[in-house]
Design a protein around this ligand. Structure first.
Ligand SMILES: C[S@@+](CC[C@H](N)C(=O)[O-])C[C@H]1O[C@@H](n2cnc3c(N)ncnc32)[C@H](O)[C@@H]1O
Length: 212
């Protein structure tokens, strides 16, 4: 962790950090200081894309969760340097945050950009985008909420498309039922850049939470 990231964690965590303790339901209006829509981003890495998207859409609140401490410090620094008041950073496992700390129907969107691909077959069960995860996420998302995933690992992209398409709580926003091109509002991420350098193909998926 750089000194700047450590300093940001110390200075800004009390103001913009959310401890994942699994002990309470978070009042999102109180956390952000307004009632604007809230999008959850899982696994923001170093947070450059997160900060860019938050700056481009200040009326949308971004709750960004990652287990990686240097990244948390980095994103806090970016939010501070760019004067962003619509980013909050949570430290820990997104599943605990979703299951124990977010109320039903509280989220207006979900972003999962380049989740760990776990390429080995024996590790596939560790992948985030699975039916059980989607069932949990669906309960926390409002009807109509956008679920936006992206990956540069084609077998995982196929898995995402299969489980999202097969899940009764979600529908593809694409009439052709396939992948979406990267929308203009999603900047390239750091991990994506590394994948593109290796010749990987990137697929975006844009689904909606259907009315229950
Ligand atoms: C491959 S990186 C992608 C980071 C970033 N989205 C990008 O595209 O540059 C995946 C990120 O997910 C985070 N992560 C993995 N499992 C997680 C979990 N259960 N909860 C929160 N974050 C998680 C990792 O720490 C890592 O930063």
């Amino acid at each position: 962790m750089t000194a700047g990231q450590a300093d940001a964690l110390q200075r800004l965590w009390p103001k913009w950090g959310l401890d994942i303790d699994g002990q309470r339901i978070v009042d999102l209006g109180e956390l952000f200081g307004n009632e604007n829509p809230v999008v959850l981003e899982i696994g923001f890495g170093m947070g450059e894309a997160t900060a860019q998207m938050a700056a481009a859409d200040p009326e949308t609140n971004v709750l960004a969760v990652d287990v990686h401490t240097p990244g948390q410090g980095n994103l806090l620094n970016l939010a501070d340097q760019r004067g962003l008041n619509n980013v909050r950073v949570a430290n820990g496992d997104a599943i605990i945050l979703l299951r124990e700390m977010l109320a039903p129907d509280s989220l207006d969107g979900l972003r999962v950009y380049f989740p760990d691909p776990w390429p080995k077959k024996r590790h596939h069960k560790r992948r985030l985008i699975q039916p059980e995860f989607l069932s949990l996420a669906a309960t926390r998302l409002k009807p109509g909420a956008l679920v936006h995933c992206a990956t540069d690992w084609e077998p995982y992209a196929e898995q995402m498309l299969e489980v999202l398409t097969g899940h009764p709580d979600f529908e593809n926003t694409r009439a052709d039922g396939g992948f979406a091109p990267r929308p203009d509002f999603r900047p390239l991420t750091r991990f994506e850049g590394q994948g593109l350098d290796k010749g990987h193909v990137v697929n975006d998926l844009l689904f909606r939470r259907v009315q229950p």
